[in-house]
Design a protein around this ligand. Structure first.
Ligand code: CA2
Length: 147
C-alpha cells in the first residue's frame, strides 16, 4: 500500500494541552487519529511522528526514502528558520505538502517567510486541525495523478 509520512515539528506535542486560544483544543493524538482514518478511507497507509529536534526531523525525512511516497509536514517554528529541513526535503525529492494550523501570513512578520514552501508542492494554513486533513487530501490527489 502507498504510504505517507506525517511529521509534526517542535511544541506541537503540546496541542490541546497549553494555549488553546492560539492553536485550539484538539490534541495531536486526535489529529493523528483523524489522519489515520482519512488515509484509510483513501486507501493509503500513514505513519505519523513528532519531534522537538531539528536533526531528528532531518533523519526522519531522510529515512522516508524508499518507505514513503509523500510527506505531510507541519514544521512548526522550524518553518521560519530551518535550511536543514528544507535541504532534507529537497534531497529526498518526495512530494511534500506544508501545513499550518494558523494562517502564518496574518500573524507576526517573522512567521510570513517559510524556508519550506519553495521545496513543497503547496502550503495549506489557517484552517486549524482541518489544515492537516486538507493537506492529506491534496497530497493524495497529487500522488494519484503523478505516480
Ligand atoms: O500554525 C502552525 O501550525 C505553526 O506551525 C505552529 C508553530 C508556529 O511556530 C508556526 O509559526 C505556525 C508553533 C507550534 C506551537 O504549538 C503549541 C501548542 C500548544 C501550546 C504551545 C505551543
Amino acid at each position: 500500500m502507498v504510504s505517507i509520512l506525517v511529521l509534526h515539528g517542535p511544541n506541537l506535542n503540546l496541542l490541546g494541552k497549553r494555549e488553546p486560544g492560539v492553536y485550539g483544543s484538539v490534541t495531536l493524538e486526535e489529529i493523528n487519529q483523524s489522519l489515520y482514518q482519512e488515509a484509510d478511507s483513501l486507501g493509503f497507509a500513514l505513519v505519523a511522528s513528532q519531534s522537538n529536534h531539528e536533526g531528528v526531523l532531518v533523519d526522519l525525512i531522510q529515512d522516508a526514502m524508499g518507505k514513503h511516497s509523500g510527506i505531510l509536514i507541519n514544521p512548526g517554528a522550524y518553518t521560519h528558520t530551518s535550511v536543514a529541513i528544507r535541504d532534507a526535503i529537497a534531497g529526498v525529492n518526495l512530494p511534500t505538502v506544508e501545513v499550518h494550523l494558523s494562517n502564518i501570513h496574518k500573524r507576526e512578520e517573522f512567521r510570513h517567510h517559510s524556508y519550506i514552501a519553495p521545496v513543497a508542492i503547496g502550503q495549506i494554513c489557517g484552517f486549524g486541525a482541518d489544515s492537516y486533513r486538507l493537506g492529506l487530501q491534496a497530497l493524495v490527489h497529487y500522488l494519484r495523478q503523478n505516480m
